[in-house]
Design a binder for this molecule. Structure first.
Ligand code: ZN
Length: 414
């Protein structure tokens, strides 16, 4: 760990580590349920100390961590594969497309990174219960890390969360409370619970270390890319915390003098869950009225980290784009068929987005483009089923197989 202070992303006021726990006390006075969070904190490190000590020969990533290593939970997260995919690039019309497959984390999503650091913080603070509201992935991630660390996870989840995610949470031993309502209702409820009953809250952006945890994916991309900064990173965006975390990684590296430019961040949202997209395009914030999308992980009416996410996208020189559910399903199928990576609908949005950007000149044909895959497809098989037809069974004879294959070839199916 390197020494750090928290800085308010709204008013700029700085706080010592143990002076605050969640939001800036001054700015959050104006926060009320139904709007994005105000006064989200950002950890600002002693970048001079990092610059003096960091070595590419023997990189010590704990230097970028806001919690001491001795508090880390015993469940390794991160170090997921990063690789070039020529076949997908050719299909989408770009020369230099890379995948960071964070669906291969222990609970099968990038959210393990945030849960890891918040549970480390709970160890430091000697808090035994960690509370979260989530559409599914953050909660299954918290449940997994809590299981490894011997902590209690109390989870508020919208009742329509995909079953596989609920099953994960319960098997990991979490206390799961399905809520009749949206993610935003679950979010509010979890804050009310903490205020009355104590424990540590892991809500995304509300706890500043969720952003710090997620930034590790950006640090890894830099290392795996042989210490080069990619030209653009496409990020599936719901509440705006992952995109803020990726940006924070490269801002930290720049502040420490290790890189000289930032990657452009491309925010990919679902058409109806587009509050951040609209905010980036127009400068005016409005909740997404009906954020219905097949991509449950990025379905959100009131993105908690909208302000920081917009700033991250603009500062990076990036932009935002939306895709329809049909495009998302097509993206999921293209990604799986061309790369062998089965991603959940939310992150398939980046594949759909890249397809849409072909020929638009917003991304150069030979620029290095990274698609951030944030969750595994097996987490929501029901969604994937909507885009495919399962073949009927045949009699167990070769003749029957040949008839069936011929019929499929006629229809252009596999
Ligand atoms: Zn403030």
């Amino acid at each position: 760990m390197t020494k750090f202070v928290y800085q308010c992303s709204n008013c700029g006021k700085r706080y010592q580590r143990d002076e605050v726990r969640y939001l800036c006390p001054l700015c959050s006075r104006d926060y009320r349920s139904g709007i994005p969070l105000i006064g989200v904190l950002s950890a600002q490190f002693d970048y001079g100390a990092i610059r003096r000590k960091f070595s590419k020969v023997k990189p010590d990533w704990n230097q970028f961590s806001a919690v001491e290593e001795k508090f880390y939970p015993p469940l390794p997260v991160g170090n997921t594969p990063f690789f070039k995919t020529a076949a997908l690039g050719n299909e989408l019309g770009f020369d230099n497309v890379w995948i960071k497959n964070d669906g291969l984390n222990p609970s099968a999503s990038l959210k393990d990174r945030a849960s890891f650091l918040v549970v480390a913080e709970a160890n430091r603070l000697k808090e035994q219960t960690i509370v979260a509201a989530s559409t599914g992935n953050a909660a299954s991630a918290l449940a997994a890390v809590c299981a490894a660390a011997g902590k209690r996870a109390l989870i508020f989840v919208p009742e329509n969360a995909p079953k596989a995610k609920l099953v994960q949470m319960i098997l990991y031993g979490a206390t799961v409370v399905p809520v009749r309502g949206t993610y935003d209702d679950a979010f509010r409820l979890s804050l009310e619970y903490n205020a009355k009953r104590g424990g540590l809250n892991r809500n995304t952006a509300y706890h500043p270390l969720t952003i710090e945890g997620k930034k590790t994916v950006g640090l890894e991309i830099w290392q795996q890319n042989h210490w080069r900064v990619p030209d653009a990173i496409l990020v599936p965006t719901g509440d705006g915390v992952i995109i803020s975390g990726v940006h924070k990684a490269f801002c930290d590296l720049k502040a420490a003098g290790l890189i000289s430019r930032l990657p452009r961040l491309v925010c990919a949202q679902a058409e109806k869950s587009n509050a951040i997209h609209h905010y980036v395009e127009s400068g005016i914030y409005e909740n997404a009225a009906h954020p219905d999308t097949i991509a449950d992980s990025i379905s959100v009416s009131i993105p908690s980290n909208a302000h920081m996410a917009r700033q991250a996208i603009l500062e990076s020189g990036g932009f935002s784009i939306t895709v329809s559910d049909a495009e998302i399903l097509e993206g999921q199928s293209t990604l799986a068929a061309k790369t062998g990576v089965f991603a959940e609908p939310a992150c398939s949005a980046v594949v759909a987005a890249l397809k849409k950007l072909r020929g638009s000149k917003r991304l150069g044909h030979s620029e290095q483009i990274v698609l951030l895959i944030t969750g595994h497809g097996l987490k929501d098989v029901d969604a994937a089923m909507r885009g495919i037809h399962l073949p009927k069974a045949v009699e167990p004879t070769l003749a029957a197989v040949e008839v069936a294959l011929k019929a499929r070839a006629k229809k252009g199916a596999r």
